[in-house]
Design a protein around this ligand. Structure first.
Ligand code: SAM
Length: 324
């Protein structure tokens, strides 16, 4: 495949075929767009700002300008962005309620050589937003799917959180609104808490302002009052802030405000997800069940299942804690 094909949008790479010897002149030509081929056919997934209108790439603007159509989660919302940048490309709605039907229709256009951009209201399409249906349909139809990356709330929150992101992270989208389901999800993450366990990574959630206090109360109940959390609020916007502390401290801070507003990303530190302190050890839980008459092997199996641990991980934890 040539450089233009790799770029996905007809752009040739610097130093590739056709690049003139004079670097400065080439840069100028490139900046003016003269060296770029027209946008090639395909489905473009274009990230848009999550607050600050400057958070959009030059490539995203060009794709939005040159596409045949822009499929928008909410056409009125996207119009504000398009207006700001003087882009007049026609828009069409593409949201949770018409995703399947609209995807089929747009794929027909793509098969005929169309260039369609997909955007959500804010951030990266397909991340807790519509996008997955049309991507699957385009791939099934053999159409090129081209990411145009950019703003995204979970990554913006993570990189400034100060948490140990190197330990890895796990994104869950929105926490369930129902208390029981939310608790179950969090309890499932508690896991064994060993370094190999799935919980030994930063856990990231999107959360609505009217539910954040309940969510923090559940985090505290499940992981203990010492669980460290970070709430990234209104990222990239005028009132951007990071609340860092234990779940109890952050809840007290937010709960003490007249009202809790704004968009939020909730992140849980990996260390606090370990069993120390707040949560009974595997060995203690097994001992408790054995004391209640359950056979040892069965007790270990039940404890592992409750905590979402693998058999060998639970066995190791059990052995480690047996003598304590
Ligand atoms: N696709 C988007 C992305 O790439 O981040 C996410 C869309 S999802 C429907 C909206 C949720 O993302 C909000 O409820 C909030 O949890 C989070 N979010 C979006 N913008 C945010 C911001 N500026 N600050 C903090 N969280 C934000």
């Amino acid at each position: 495949m040539d450089a233009a094909g790799e770029a996905g949008d007809g752009a040739s790479s610097k130093g590739g075929e056709g690049a003139p010897g004079d670097g400065a002149a080439w840069e100028a030509e490139w900046a003016m767009g003269r060296l770029r081929a027209p946008l090639s056919a395909g489905l473009y997934l274009v990230a848009t700002p999550i607050g600050n209108l400057e958070d959009i790439t030059l490539r995203a603007l060009r794709v939005l300008r040159e596409a045949d159509r822009i499929a928008c989660e909410d056409t009125r919302q996207t119009q504000k962005l398009l207006h700001h940048y003087g882009i007049r490309t026609p828009t069409v709605s593409y949201h949770a309620h018409n995703e399947a039907g609209r995807a089929a229709e747009l794929v027909e256009e793509l098969k005929a050589g169309g260039r369609i951009a997909v955007v959500s209201d804010a951030g990266t399409p397909g991340i807790a937003d519509p996008g997955a249906e049309i991507v699957a349909a385009a791939i099934a139809a053999g159409v090129a799917v081209i990411p145009v990356p950019g703003a995204n709330a979970l990554l913006a929150g993570l990189i400034a959180s100060g948490l140990d992101v190197e330990a890895g992270f796990c994104f869950h989208g929105f926490l369930p609104g129902k208390a029981g389901q939310r608790r179950s999800l969090l309890e499932g993450l508690r896991g064994g808490g060993t370094s190999e366990g799935k919980a030994a990574a930063v856990q990231v959630f999107y959360e609505a302002p009217h539910r954040i206090l309940e969510a923090l109360a559940d985090v505290e109940a499940v992981f203990g009052a010492g669980q460290r959390v970070v709430v990234g609020r209104e990222l990239t916007k005028l009132h951007e802030e990071f609340l860092r502390g234990t779940a109890a401290e952050v809840r007290a801070e937010l709960g003490g405000r007249e009202s809790v507003r704004g968009e939020m990303v909730l992140m849980l530190a990996p260390r606090g997800l370990r069993v120390e302190g707040a949560i009974e050890s595997v060995a203690a839980a097994v001992r408790g069940l054995v004391g209640a008459g359950v056979e040892e092997k069965e007790a270990l199996k039940r404890v592992a299942k409750e905590r979402g641990m693998g058999k060998s991980e639970a066995y190791r934890e059990w052995q480690r804690g047996k003598g304590r």
